[in-house]
Structures are given as C-alpha cells and as structure tokens.
Design a binder for this molecule. Structure first.
Ligand code: NAI
Ligand code: MG
Length: 337
C-alpha cells in the first residue's frame, strides 16, 4: 500500500538537500508518494502567505510531512512557520536523536541518546499569553500542565520501551521553580512507576548540562520541558559534531513533521555543497514512525558507511571533497548494493 506524505522542499539549501533525500528514499523502495506543498519564501511570493491553508490541509490529510528548512523573513511582522506548525497541529513531542557518526569533529565518537522535549507549553507561550512588558519590567509566564507533562513523559517511556532503551532521565529545576517544574517532576515520578522495567533518573538542569559534557554515556532518553529541551538538544547536537547531522521530529496525535534541525543556510545556497545528512536522518526517523525501521536503519548505516569509506563523495563540512549530489549518489549505491 502506498503511503502519501506531504513534502516541503523549503528555502535556501532546502531544495538541494530534499532532492538528495528523495533520491535515497526512492532507492530504498519505501512505497511513498510525495505530495509537494508550498511553504516559506516560495509560498509568500506565490500566495502572499508563508504557509497557505492548502498546505495546512495537506499536512492534516496525509498526517506526515517531510520538511526542508524555511526562511522566516526578519522584521516584517512574520512569526516563525515552525512555531506556527507546532501550534496548529499540537505537535507536542520534539524528538531529537544524538548519535555519533565517524569522521566528525566532536569530543566523543560513541554517543547514542535521544532528547524528548515538550513542544507546546513551558516558557514558550504564544504572544499575549499572560506576559507583561511595560518598557521597564518584563514578566514571562511558564505554563506546565498535568496533561502536557503526562503525555510527554509517557511518550519518552514508550519510546524507550519500543526501542530497547534502558533509562529515562527527567531534567527539571523543581528545586527553584517549584510550581511549574515541580509539577513536571511530580508527574514524571508518577508515570515512571508504570514502567518498572526502565530505569528512571531525575536530574537538575544545570547539573545535566555539566554531566552531558563530562559523562554523556550515562544518558539514554532525556525528557524535559520546552525551554530546557531547546537548549539541551542543541548541546547534544554539539556532542556529536554539530547541526549537519542533527535531525528532529515534531510529533502530535494527528500529524508528525520531520525536519533537519539546521536552517536554510543562504550562504551556501545553490553551490551543491550542503550536507544532506540531517534531513536524511529525519527521513529515517519518519520511516521508523511509519513502521519501516529496517529502511530507517539502512539510511543510518549507509551514512555511517559512506562517511567512513567514501571521503571523496562526502560534503566539505564533513571534511570531504564531494558535493550534495555525490553524497546522495554514494548512499544510493550503498542501499542498492
Ligand atoms: P543555518 O542553520 O541556516 O546556518 C548556520 C551555519 O551552518 C551556516 O554557516 C550554514 O552554511 C551552515 N549549515 C547549515 N546547514 C548546513 C548543511 N546542511 N550543510 C552544510 N552547512 C550547513 O542558521 P542561520 O544562518 O541562523 O539561519 C538561516 C535561515 O534559516 C534563517 O532565515 C532562519 O530563520 C532559518 N532557520 C530555519 C529553521 C527551520 O526551518 N527548521 C531552523 C533554523 C533556522
Ligand atoms: Mg532551538
């Protein structure tokens, strides 16, 4: 049976890395049908809006989107499309694996962990939601709900259970931010009792930052609220060599959007040197989500193999002498062999 997915090529390097990614998906014979939809600068020129209603409808209809990076125009009163999509579809779980690959500039070569960030509440509320800014005083509200905490912590435990992972660490600041972070921690403790087979650890966020840098191997799945998750997941990307290899999934009950963590990189647009790995790894997460874990694994193993053995085909940011196209070509040859 063919599964349709919405595809947003994106701005800047988006079309280049999306073409590379779709080539590899085609070579894997995933049985996917691509429904290309407009968003970002292209949509703004054509339709006068960054995310047309027809595109939202398509994501709703297919339930799955693979998304290239989008440029949000600065200073023109536009709000981030990524934030709009998260809110519109209530994509409450931001899931970011951090896995070491060979040949990267990083401190460690054997990291394998996942951060699960609450994506809809915490300190990132929509404009005008209970904030004060009178020019002299700025007050922002942190909102944590039992429902929001339950679903994100449960998501983290289910992810651990279904992927043979052994431990979930809840990161918090309940000692100081007693109301909101305290509620999150209370809920995490309650949910943890439902999963006796998985080790539960709690850690205060500042200590977690130090532990991640000093001794990252102790972590397996990390679950936390929105602001801490935003920061910690980038820290984890840094542990495995930066944004070129960092994918992310935004998952809700009715839709899931898979994307690279990096932006549209206008400085290298059109040069055929953009690294397609982050979007490819996002596509691998999408295949896992669709129950095609073997094909997701093939992408991950392919990237590992090509980085190790085909430096001539790899993009310059990874120290290679190849192009976006040659990287994709090497992966296509790998999956077909
Ligand atoms: P960026 O991630 O686009 O670029 C930062 C640096 O990393 C640049 O030097 C770029 O050349 C390099 N880089 C990024 N991805 C790369 C890749 N795949 N291969 C090789 N080098 C790569 O961040 P920046 O410059 O802050 O933002 C540019 C635009 O992207 C902005 O309009 C921003 O709003 C948007 N953006 C969109 C995101 C999304 O759609 N998820 C996320 C972050 C930024
Ligand atoms: Mg961020």
């Amino acid at each position: 049976m063919s599964q349709s997915i919405a595809v947003i090529k994106g701005d800047g390097i988006g079309p280049e890395i999306m073409d590379a990614t779709l080539r590899v998906l085609d070579a894997l014979d995933c049985g996917l049908t691509y429904q290309h939809i407009d968003a970002g600068l292209g949509a703004l020129e054509k339709h006068g809006t960054l995310i047309p209603q027809a595109s939202l409808d398509a994501i709703e209809k297919y339930g799955i989107a693979l998304k290239g990076p989008l440029t949000t125009p600065i200073g023109k009163g536009f709000s981030s499309i990524n934030v709009q999509l998260r809110r519109h579809f209530d994509l409450y779980a931001n899931v970011r694996p951090a896995i070491s690959f060979p040949g990267t500039r990083s401190r460690y070569d054997d990291i394998d962990m996942i951060t699960v960030r609450e994506n809809t509440e915490g300190a990132y509320l929509s404009d005008g939601q209970e904030m004060i800014d009178d020019g002299d005083t700025g007050i922002s509200v942190i909102k944590v709900t039992r429902k929001g905490s339950e679903r994100i912590v449960r998501y983290a435990f289910e992810l651990a259970k279904n992927n043979g992972r052994k431990k979930v660490t809840a990161v918090h600041k309940a000692n100081i931010i007693k109301t909101s972070s305290g509620l999150f921690l209370d809920v995490a403790r309650e949910i943890a009792k439902e999963y006796p087979e998985i080790e539960f650890q709690e850690m205060i966020v500042d200590n977690a930052c130090m532990q991640l840098v000093m001794n990252p191997h102790q972590f397996d799945v990390v679950v936390t609220t929105n602001l801490f998750g935003d920061i910690l997941s980038d820290l984890c990307a840094g542990l495995v060599g930066g944004l070129g290899l960092a994918p992310g999934a935004n998952i809700g009950e009715k839709a899931a959007i898979f994307e690279a963590v990096h932006g549209s990189a206008p400085d290298i647009e059109g040069k055929n040197i953009a690294n397609p790995c982050a979007l490819l790894l996002a596509a691998a997460q999408m295949l896992d989500h669709l129950g095609m874990n073997d094909k997701g694994d093939a992408i991950r193993l392919g990237i590992r193999t090509v980085l190790e053995t085909r430096r001539d085909m790899v993009t310059p940011d990874m120290g290679g002498t190849g192009t976006t196209d040659s990287f994709a070509q090497a992966l296509v040859e790998y999956v077909q062999s």
